[in-house]
Design a protein around this ligand. Structure first.
Ligand SMILES: Nc1ncnc2c1ncn2[C@@H]1O[C@H](COP(=O)(O)OP(=O)(O)O)[C@@H](O)[C@H]1O
Ligand SMILES: [Mg+2]
Length: 339
């Protein structure tokens, strides 16, 4: 659906050259809500703006629906770009136009008959829950409402892809959540593939199925959201995951622990609760389990639990218990108290 093939982007000026992207390989598949997370300056906006050619790559190729946009003729490019909608952090609405006209704008520009515009805009305003605001001006709307209008406008030409550049970064947490749920509805009901960028891991957790972590113009880690949350490989991914999932060994335990205790981090996904597992393990094997921390959060509306436990017992029993948990298809990792 969207494929980056070793894409590089340099911004060149007389004074300096900034290498914003240093070789990006990325595949967004149809139906994905693909999230790219990274700190400011990582190259996220550059990456997303390449998809609809708001920026051009310096090297490499970006395929959208199998076509390399840079090699299309202007007419074909216009047709392809209509299939890509975009929303922005600061909404980019026209303040001198009504809500209706803002949403209608892409349709007016593409020469859609007036009657059709009327029907389509009303349908879109209803979809985003703002039919009653058609005659209002953007200034009369809250941030969340403005972004809903941004979404309605982006959907006007029936795109198959929606790009979101920090779409909720200007919103408070509650409004963020509501807008994210609307994006999920866009993905599910209109079957639109979403590529979003954000500096907030909570956004990824809430709606994405896949994630890529960016740092210094590179993707340093990517995969299904569950995998990256359960087992982040790079330090930066670990830091991002830690902002939403608190599974640290408690400080008080660390400071009191003598020697080198055996500590396991166990992750549960879905209804699979931790309790029966621990009691089964304690009964079947001659080990003692001491729960140091237990948390359940949600990823994509699915419970995601993590436990930190201290295990004591004979080495052979501990190994058996470990193998048993692994055989249950539950993610268990040994963690060290001193890194
Ligand atoms: N139009 C531009 N001209 C020059 N440098 C730019 C331009 N846009 C972005 N950059 C630089 O490219 C790097 C990546 O920026 P950006 O893609 O905006 O990152 P992010 O969205 O992750 O904050 C930064 O160093 C930024 O200063
Ligand atoms: Mg940005």
């Amino acid at each position: 659906m969207i494929e980056f093939q070793n894409v590089k982007k340099r911004y060149e000026s007389k004074k300096q050259t900034v290498e914003a992207l240093k070789g990006i390989d990325l595949i967004v598949e149809k139906g994905d809500i693909f999230g790219v997370v990274g700190y400011s300056g990582a190259g996220k906006s550059t990456l997303i703006r390449l998809v609809n050619l708001l920026e051009r790559p310096s090297e490499g190729e970006i395929l959208v629906n199998g076509k390399a946009l840079t090699s299309l003729k202007p007419k074909d490019l216009r047709a392809e770009k209509k299939k890509i909608g975009m929303i922005f952090q600061h909404f980019n609405l026209l303040n001198s136009k009504t809500v209706f006209d803002n949403v209608a704008m892409p349709l007016i520009l593409s020469g859609t008959p007036v009657k059709e515009i009327q029907t389509r805009v009303n349908e879109l305003l209803e979809f985003v829950g703002l039919l009653g605001k058609a005659k209002n001006y953007p200034e009369q709307l809250s941030g969340g409402q403005k972004q809903r209008i941004g979404i309605a406008r982006a959907l006007a030409t029936n795109p198959s892809i929606l790009l979101c550049d920090e779409a909720t970064s200007a919103l408070d947490p509650q409004t963020t959540s509501a807008v994210l749920q609307l994006l999920k509805k866009v993905n599910q009901e209109y079957n639109i593939t979403i590529l979003l960028i954000t500096h907030e891991m909570s956004v990824i957790r809430e709606i994405c199925n896949k994630v890529a972590v960016m740092e210094g113009g590179r993707i340093v880690e990517q995969g299904p959201v569950f995998d990256v949350f359960a087992k982040p490989q790079t330090e930066i991914a670990q830091n991002f995951v830690r902002t939403v999932i608190h599974d640290e060994i408690p400080k008080s335990f660390k400071s009191q622990a003598a020697g080198n205790p055996i500590i396991w981090k166990i992750n549960f996904i879905g209804a699979n609760s931790g309790k029966p597992l621990l009691s089964t393990v304690a009964k079947q094997f001659d080990v003692d389990l001491n729960v140091l921390s237990a948390n359940i959060s949600e990823i994509q509306e699915t419970p995601f639990g993590n436990l930190i436990i201290e295990v004591t017992g004979e080495e052979s029993e501990i190994k058996k218990a470990y193998d048993y948990i692994q055989a249950e298809n539950i993610l268990v990792q040994e963690v060290r108290i001193h890194e």
